[in-house]
Design a protein around this ligand. Structure first.
Ligand code: HAM
Length: 420
């Protein structure tokens, strides 16, 4: 038997139903907020991630799936969605629009991590990116959309943890303060952190090994190094979030593991659940320098991404989603070959009218068909027999009340729709 690769999952049964459901809520909510769907490639030139997510990030240093294709090109399976969307924005000159561009996406991402609950090597994110505007109203919209999607899924006790990294000047001031603070402690940190100290000291703050050490807990906080403009901007974002009734907490420890952020950064958790508190459901932030750094024009961006696998795991713990199953509406039953021809046609007709319908696909005897219809929780049984069919009639049995009625074949669809 060939097993699936480590860190991947098969989504089947009730998990698959929840996935479809989450996807539909995401699409409905994003379109209400006027976001367009975007799909970008699962693999991109490796350079894209080196230059966006960052050489010194854990993702690029340790976790990417890299290979050379048959033409000798360096290719990477995308570890996240933002870089591809920004690449597309630049390459397709989508910035030429006088309006901001608002995209949502949904797809698999790849990171070579140590697999554990909520941490996979192939996982799925849904997310949004808004490009071309930097007003704080956009930050508030993106954060509230993420919050409202999870709320619409009935995930309780949501909290947005938010912080600001500020603009270039604020970040530089902070970096200097951090380096000064860390210098005397550097030999007490892990080997990776000693390396990060030379390349990108900010990355030390999201080190998985040292993150709970007193050294990092007592490190200076970005929020204390914001210049006036950045501070005002952050306060405005918070004001708008308050106005939109979003539960947030300013958490100065959030720096995020990707290099492209500036200003607003955030993560969302459900306080209902110890596990999800540790495993954030989603995160994001503003990236006002990234578009230029990827050879695009001076422009601005912000977005979020949620881990689909973590969202579905969380839903599975909510009473509402226990024993979720897809019931069918009609089961078409027949025995003879002549009845089968009618069954084919009637089944198709019901399906084309949006009625979830199944029929006897294994040439079962009537008894077996009744059992299957019960397993599928069919609401109506359409029982065909030659005698009635000759008169243009079918037997319709309400499988809940067990009442049976003869219905004209031509009126069957309306009859079912009227009674569902
Ligand atoms: P991220 O924080 O790296 O941000 O990932 C976002 C979410 O993806 C996480 O909160 C988590 O739910 C999920 N996730 C990440 N890694 C894994 C994994 N190994 N297994 C399962 N789920 C995982 C980003 O990816 C940014 N691109 C978000 C963003 C969009 N920033 C701006 N725009």
């Amino acid at each position: 038997m060939i097993a699936k690769p480590k860190g991947t999952v098969d989504i089947t049964g009730s998990d698959a139903i929840l996935w479809e459901y989450v996807n539909s809520v995401v699409a409905t909510m994003c379109s209400a907020y006027n976001y367009e769907f975007i799909r970008t490639p699962i693999f991109e030139a490796s350079e894209l991630f080196h230059r966006s997510v960052g050489e010194s990030s854990d993702i690029v240093k340790k976790e990417t799936y890299d290979f050379q294709d048959k033409g000798g090109r360096n290719i990477t399976l995308r570890p996240e969605g933002t870089a591809g969307v920004v690449r597309s924005y630049i390459e397709n000159k989508l910035y030429a629009s006088p309006d901001i561009k608002k995209y949502y996406y949904n797809g698999t991402m790849y990171r070579y991590e140590r697999p554990q609950k909520g941490r996979l090597r192939e996982f799925t994110q849904f997310g949004v990116e808004v490009l071309g505007g930097s007003d704080p109203i956009i930050d508030a919209e993106v954060i509230s959309l993420q919050y409202r999607i999870l709320e619409a899924l009935h995930i309780g006790n949501l909290q947005v943890n938010i912080n600001s990294l500020g603009d270039n000047e604020s970040r530089d001031n902070y970096k200097n303060a951090l380096v000064k603070y860390l210098e005397p402690h550097i030999n007490d940190l892990c080997e990776d952190c000693r390396e990060r100290f030379k390349t990108n000291p900010l990355r030390i703050l999201d080190c998985k090994v040292d993150k709970d050490s007193d050294i990092l807990k007592n490190a200076p906080k970005t929020i204390d190094y914001l210049n006036k403009e950045s501070k005002e901007r952050f306060d405005t974002v918070l004001k708008y979030l308050g106005l939109l009734d979003i539960d947030y907490e300013v958490n100065p420890n959030i720096v995020r593991g990707l290099d492209y952020y500036d200003h607003t950064v955030f993560e969302i958790v459900s306080l209902d659940n110890e596990e999800t508190k540790a495993n954030v459901l989603g995160g994001g932030g503003r990236y006002n320098k990234l578009i230029k750094e990827l050879d695009g024009p001076e422009s601005y961006g912000i977005g979020f991404a949620c881990g689909m696998d973590r969202v579905v795991d969380t839903l599975k713990e909510i009473e509402l989603y226990k024993d979720v199953k897809k019931d069918i509406e009609c089961y078409v039953m027949y025995v003879s070959e002549e009845e089968k021809l009618y069954a084919l046609d009637i089944t198709q007709n019901l399906r084309l009218n949006g009625i979830v319908t199944e029929t006897n696909n294994l040439n079962k005897a009537l008894k077996g068909q009744f059992k299957e219809a019960d397993r599928l929780n069919a609401k109506y049984l359409i029982i065909l027999n030659n005698e009635d069919l000759q008169k243009g009639l079918v037997n319709v049995k309400d499988n809940r009340t067990k009442e049976e009625e003869k219905v004209d074949i031509d009126e069957l669809t309306e009859y079912i729709i009227g009674n569902l």
